[in-house]
Design a protein around this ligand. Structure first.
Ligand SMILES: *Cc1c(COP(=O)(O)O)cnc(C)c1O
Length: 353
């Protein structure tokens, strides 16, 4: 990116954040007041049970060790990272910090991840839906037309769930430059993508917030670890309002172990190669009318009758996601890439229908 033209000069965090959040004091936990809990002290400050069992102490509220590993691997500063109990928690924190209930609005781009809309409803925030174009790209003119002075966040999911494509860099760039609120870029599937993450651009765009997760490529959906990367000032605000011990001790420990294992790259490669062969085999199935390109670990297909095929697959013991009630996804099913054996079973079943 051309750094000279990148800065969105009329952007100000202070004017975006809710007044009560700006003014509030955060909860100060025992572990906030005495931070060096790795050192060999007698801890009589947090009303913990003193008998060691691996989990008798509260977890580090700032997840320093885990963030150190992430900062190194992702080439960002520790202060640009916020961790949550899944992406869902960090997304909710964004609403709570920046969106005034019954007053502000956000823009989402259906068909996309359902949680943005659910969190908008939960937080009493108007959700302005601007459909993707028919080739599943953000309709930037229409998005900017829908921006009002109360629009705080635009949610971009790239690669997008459930369509599977990555958005064009030009369109993402255009929104970053022309919108003075936060542009949240959900990169849950970035490790499966042919495109690079926008993380390297973080310092050039003060309004860019990137979310990632350990739930997909890292194989830790059950652990609930979501990651947010943003300007220090944004992370500081979110830190102030997050539940103090939002990432439990075992999640932090297992996440650190997984991040430093080198089996991950091979596994991702395997999933991508399975995706490529599945993309080909799906073309040969009679009831499938369209197979969409995928930059993710799933494939969206359009069939002749989604409800019928969905139920037939269930009968055969295979569960896919029926996305046919989403806009632009009429008769569409979303299929996660499984193991080689699972994918063979899927294709055999589909061909027998
Ligand atoms: C799966 C997914 C997530 C992950 O959410 P977690 O709460 O981290 O498990 C986030 N965003 C999108 C678009 C997803 O599909």
């Amino acid at each position: 990116m051309n750094k000279n033209t990148a800065i969105n000069s009329s952007f100000s965090i202070q004017s975006l954040v809710r007044n009560n959040i700006f003014n509030m004091q955060s909860y100060s936990s025992a572990r906030d007041e005495f931070k060096e809990f790795e050192t060999n002290m007698v801890f009589l400050d947090a009303n913990e049970n003193p008998f060691s069992n691996g989990y008798n102490r509260y977890p580090d509220p700032q997840q320093k060790l885990l963030k150190t590993i992430l900062a190194q691997q992702k080439k960002v500063s520790i202060n640009q990272i916020l961790l949550g109990n899944g992406s869902d928690e960090v997304l909710d924190l964004l609403f709570r910090a920046f969106c005034e209930p019954n007053q502000d609005n956000v823009i989402t781009l259906p068909p996309t991840y359902g949680m943005y809309g659910v969190l908008a409803d939960l937080n009493a925030i108007e959700n302005r839906r601007v459909l993707l174009t028919t080739d599943f790209e953000p309709n930037v003119e229409e998005i900017l037309k829908n921006v009002s002075k109360n629009t705080k966040i635009i949610f971009l999911c790239s690669p997008n769930n459930p369509t599977g494509n990555s958005f064009s860099d030009e369109r993402i760039l255009y929104l970053l430059r022309n919108f003075n609120g936060l542009v949240v870029l959900d990169e849950a599937y970035i490790d499966f993508s042919s495109k690079a993450s926008w993380l390297s651009e973080l310092n050039d765009f003060p309004n860019l917030v990137i979310t990632q997760t350990l739930s997909k490529a890292y194989g830790l959906a059950g652990l609930r670890v979501g990651i947010l990367y943003a300007l220090e000032e944004i992370v500081e605000i979110l830190n102030k309002i997050k539940p103090p011990y939002n990432l439990n001790t075992s999640s932090q420990e297992i996440a650190m172990k997984k991040l430093t294992q080198n089996t991950l790259v091979a596994q991702i490669k395997k999933i991508i190669s399975e995706r490529e062969s599945l993309l080909k085999s799906l073309q040969e199935v009679n009831c499938i009318e369209q197979v969409f390109a995928s930059d993710t670990n799933f494939i969206l297909i359009r069939v002749d009758d989604a409800n019928l095929r969905y139920n037939q697959l269930i009968q055969a013991g295979i569960v896919v996601r029926n996305r046919s009630n989403q806009p632009l996804c009429e008769n569409c099913l979303r299929i996660t890439i499984g193991t080689k054996e699972e994918n063979v079973q899927l294709i055999t079943t589909l061909k027998s229908l």
